[in-house]
Design a protein around this ligand. Structure first.
Ligand code: PEP
Ligand code: MG
Length: 365
């Protein structure tokens, strides 16, 4: 190999010996997971599942949306199950022996549903007939019904799981069946099921109860014991402030600092950078976008509060971060200082995160 690459690898490996925090990766495919593993990732801190509902699976999502009753929804979900099982088996296999945090679906609904205008135009042009046309009309009805003025504050994350019964259960089943299949092949999977956008422990408890029921079913069907964890993201200020209550129902927290920043400042993640951040930086309101480097004085206080309250209520709770800040050097020092167990970042930032986590450990004493 390249001697320079090898020298860098040796330096990072040396730094690993002083590092307290673990470094995981954000990865949604087996390929990304394997790449990150080569960069030294010690597991997956965030596997987003939204993309698994796109492409040729859109049709199944449409079927789910237009279903008129529980039976129709059940059919659409049953068709998604084997595909999801395959997705998870691939990722668990790539990260065999290491923890894999899989987040239940958290789609911004507006990016997910067919476009109202396109649907209306297609219907008006009457270029579809019969069954397809009826489907499109039902779809348009459903999309109009689900339309929101502020989708990022709307039917996302755990809210979707509560409103569409069976959706999270299907994913939980797919994760557990995938893990069981890995074990049967001699593997050592460590799935962690993560519930997104929780604001109240009641939301988590509701979903947790349903996942536990699914787990009991799967284990008795397969006659196989499956090890898994259930935890939640902390990405709403209310979750951080009530972290003690939430920690009693969670085995781990992962800080979603992208949403936590958005929700704390009230800045839209999707719009604000283009609109006025450069002026803010010019005028010295802040030196760098708080979406890049954690706003330690504000958002960081919520993280610190949640760590203290969470650990106070559940000393065994495992704590990490999977927002973009998990790969940002300055933020990594803060996460080390507040005592997180790991940071998770994109595969290419894993080596830098390993170095920064080591530097953070060195500057502790
Ligand atoms: C977050 O909000 O920080 C997070 C990791 O989730 P997402 O970016 O998918 O909203
Ligand atoms: Mg989020």
């Amino acid at each position: 190999g390249d001697p320079l690459v090898e020298a860098v690898a040796r330096i990072v490996a040396h730094a690993d010996q002083t590092r307290r925090m673990q470094v995981r990766t954000n990865a949604d495919t087996g390929e990304d997971a394997l790449r990150a593993r080569r960069f030294g990732a010690q597991g997956i801190g965030l596997c987003r599942t939204e993309h698994m509902f796109l492409g040729d699976r859109r049709q199944l999502v449409e079927d789910l949306i237009v279903a008129e009753d529980a039976a129709g929804q059940g059919e659409a979900l049953a068709a998604l199950l084997p595909r999801q099982r395959g997705d998870f088996e691939e990722i668990l296999t790539a990260m065999d022996g290491l923890p894999v945090t899989i987040r239940l679906i958290d789609p911004p609904l507006h990016e997910f549903l067919p476009d109202i205008t396109e649907l209306s135009v297609s219907l008006a042009l009457a270029d579809t007939k019969g069954h397809r046309k009826k489907h499109e009309r039902k779809l348009l009805d459903a999309v109009q019904r689900l339309h929101e003025q502020n989708p990022m504050l709307g039917l996302r994350g755990v809210r979707l799981g509560i409103v569409i019964p069976g959706l999270f259960e299907m994913q939980a089943r797919a994760i557990l069946e995938a893990a069981a299949a890995c074990v049967r092949k001699g593997g050592d999977p460590h799935p962690e099921i993560m519930v997104p956008l929780v604001g109240s422990v009641r939301e988590l408890d509701l979903i947790k109860g349903r996942i536990e029921e699914v787990a009991a079913e799967v284990q008795s069907e397969l006659g196989q014991q499956i090890d898994f964890k259930i935890g939640t993201m902390i990405e709403l200020p209310r979750a951080a402030l009530t972290a003690d209550e939430i920690a009693r129902s969670a085995e781990f927290f992962s800080f979603g600092t992208n949403d936590l920043t958005q929700m704390t400042w009230g800045f839209s993640r999707d719009d604000v950078e283009a609109s006025f951040f450069s002026t803010y930086i010019e005028q010295g309101v802040f030196g760098i976008s708080p979406f890049e480097t954690l706003d330690v004085e504000g958002v960081g206080q919520l993280v610190r509060t949640a760590v203290e309250r969470g650990r106070g209520a559940n000393p065994d709770i495992h704590l990490g971060v999977c927002g973009e800040h998990g790969g940002d050097p300055h933020s990594i020092h803060f996460f080390d200082e507040v005592g997180l167990d790991y940071v998770s970042c994109s595969p290419f930032r894993v080596p830098i995160a390993r170095l920064e986590a080591a530097r953070a450990s060195l500057s502790e004493d």
